[in-house]
Design a protein around this ligand. Sequence first.
Ligand code: KG4
Length: 348
Amino acid sequence: MPEDVFGIGIESSCDETGIAIVKNGTQIIANPIFSQIDLHKFYGGVVPEMASRMHMEKFPALLEKIMQEYRKEFFRASYIAVTVRPGLVGSLFVGYYLALGIKNVLGIPIIPAHHLEAHFYSGALNGEKIEYPFIGLLLSGGNSSIYKVSGIGKMELMGDTLDDACGEAFDKAASLLGLQYPGGPEIESRAREFQVDNATEIAGKIKNPLPELLKNQNQDQFNFSFSGIKTALYYYLKSNPDYNINYLCWCFQERIINAISKNVINALKATNIKNLVAGGGVMSNQTLRTRILKICEERNVKFICPPPRLCTDNGAMIGALGYYYFRENLILPYEKVISSKTELLGIL
Ligand code: KG4
């Protein structure tokens, strides 16, 4: 194995088009990303066909940029990691065929990457050392899950969402409140405004008309359910047309963060694991990050969470994950990684 290993990471599972060059799984050489948010905003969510067409349109320019500015590193790459699941099938195909093209030119292996696993290696790009076992907390627009991770490809699903994903809940609530897609950042900034303006009242416990989530969940269960709060919000808005939007954003965010905190505490308690690694777009939320950090500090647990720009989808995290597979010489066939069994059983 060469002293310095360069790898290419390709991401196109949803609405971010990304191609990156990563060194030794820890250093980002280049990570251009094209976000399609402005395109999908109009529809209030991601339109799959438009997403794949946009990947086709944007990949050539991103590749060109990398080839021009980082030609030397590109030609030194030892592997190409590419997201093959989960994601929108047309979008995944665009990324995979780009990887096949690069493989034909460079003659290096393709490492098919599981997108959710890759989120956990974003922290490594921020100088953090990933140690096993860890509890993996993944909160994004399409997934909300808790894993017990004991090594590369060894992910045991502990809890999942029974209905909506966490980011999806933020997006749907924002839409009910007349806010733009993606809803998470909008709700967070309004909740923060409310918090700043009402610090005293909040400290003295303020009434929250939205229902507490996971109220009847036992300590040995780690699933999420986010659809009920959306319905409750809908009926609240109907019967309170003069609602205060910032207050409701705060109420909604509080309920969501409390549910996540409950599951995190339960998972740490049940496993006695002392590492928590988080990722996914929702983890950009500062209030959530602060709350989870506090939970970890109180329990002497090491908390790794990438900076917000690396919480959302990007090519570098795919390249980072690819490095660990490459280092272990785990070049799994495409068919094995996309097999539906891997979702529940872990990749290996
Ligand atoms: O991981 P991600 O970039 O990609 C997909 O899953 O597609 O996550 C996007 C999701 C969106 O639902 C968005 O509303 C949510 O992450 N999100 C947030 C915040 N920033 C993004 N949710 C809560 N608070 C935020 N600050």
